[in-house]
Write a protein that binds this ligand. Structure first.
Ligand SMILES: NC(=O)c1ccc[n+]([C@@H]2O[C@H](COP(=O)([O-])OP(=O)(O)OC[C@H]3O[C@@H](n4cnc5c(N)ncnc54)[C@H](O)[C@@H]3O)[C@@H](O)[C@H]2O)c1
Length: 295
């Protein structure tokens, strides 16, 4: 593995490019949106600077890492010499299927195609290619430069060889791979999302307010963030769509998104990214509670 291509330069794509470049890989970072590429390079530069300031890397290492990243707006060009492609584009099934068709056509025949999807079936994505044995999930956690885990998802036809190469590559970038099979929500979101949904239900039913629910889970369970704050951080639309995938995949009522979550998403209160969710993120009211009125 020498040449990595990352498709999608948003929140996750820039973190993935950062971490591979920092560990000596050449990275082609590709996005359809030129501004997203500019923003990503700016973010990577700033995040690398932060590491220099904390004396985790040297200034030379920072410069060297940046010089390893090249940006592209066309997938065929970005992947033509890739050993590994990691797709981190928007979480839409049709988008990912289309991208994997293009990757299959333009990436070298022995190139491994990975997806960072949070919830879409790897088996389904792999079926859009002529190399399902070389398709795998690499589910990085946000923020990528900090979080150690990569949940590795084996699709129905992923080969042992592909799993082994991806395991070793994950270790080489100093992350911890944990392998799971491809069922809805994999492991991380299958366990996390019902917990977040239950926290929203307790608010919806008036059992307690936002601060109390998060306070109990932080202080009582030693969680670094309460479930409602975490939901705001992830994005309430993302939480709802993962719950929808679990609900559709297992056909079990326990995964149905809480009506309060559905309403907040419909109203555009998506959490941190929209400025308001269970907390208020507007400039003068950072993370102030707003949702107690729901109880
Ligand atoms: N944000 C998280 O906390 C998180 C955590 C783990 C996994 N993920 C997964 O990572 C993936 C990316 O999420 P994100 O939060 O970085 O999204 P994002 O919206 O920040 O970025 C997605 C980027 O993909 C680009 N894109 C869309 N279609 C494209 C195409 N056809 N070709 C190239 N680029 C394209 C968009 O322009 C955008 O810049 C999703 O599958 C998501 O489920 C997200």
């Amino acid at each position: 593995m020498k040449q990595i291509a990352v498709i999608g330069a948003g929140t996750m794509g820039n973190g993935i490019a950062h971490i591979f470049a920092m560990h000596g890989y050449k990275v082609s970072l590709c996005d359809v949106d030129e501004e997203a590429l500019d923003r990503a390079m700016e973010t990577i530069k700033n995040n690398l600077w932060r590491m220099v300031a904390k004396e985790k890397i040297t200034e030379d290492h920072q410069q060297d890492s940046l010089s390893k990243i090249t940006t592209y707006t066309q997938i065929p060009e970005a992947v033509k010499n890739a050993d590994l492609v990691i797709e981190a584009a928007s979480e839409k099934e049709a988008t990912k299927i289309k991208i994997f068709e293009i990757l299959d056509e333009h990436a070298p025949a022995d190139c491994i195609l990975a997806s960072n999807t949070s919830s879409i079936s790897i088996t389904k994505i792999a079926a859009a290619t002529n190399r399902p044995d070389k398709v795998i999930g690499m589910h990085f956690m946000n923020p990528v430069p900090i979080m150690k885990l990569v949940e590795i998802i084996r699709g129905y036809k992923t080969s042992d060889e592909t799993s082994k190469i991806i395991h070793d590559t994950t270790v080489a970038i100093k992350k911890t791979p944990i392998q799971v099979n491809d069922y809805p929500g994999f492991i991380a979101n299958r366990i996390l999302m019902p917990m977040i949904n239950e926290a929203i239900y307790t608010l919806y039913q008036g059992v307690a307010g936002v601060k109390e629910i998060d306070g109990i889970m932080k202080l009582g369970m030693a969680h670094p963030m309460g479930p409602l704050e975490l939901a705001d951080f992830i994005g309430l639309d993302v939480c709802k769509s993962i719950l929808d995938v679990l609900h559709d995949g297992f056909k079990e009522a326990k995964y149905a998104p809480c009506p309060l979550l559905v309403n907040m998403v419909l109203a555009g209160d998506l959490g941190k990214k929209s400025g308001k969710g269970f907390y208020d993120y507007s400039e003068h009211k950072r993370a102030e509670v707003v949702a107690e009125s729901f109880s």
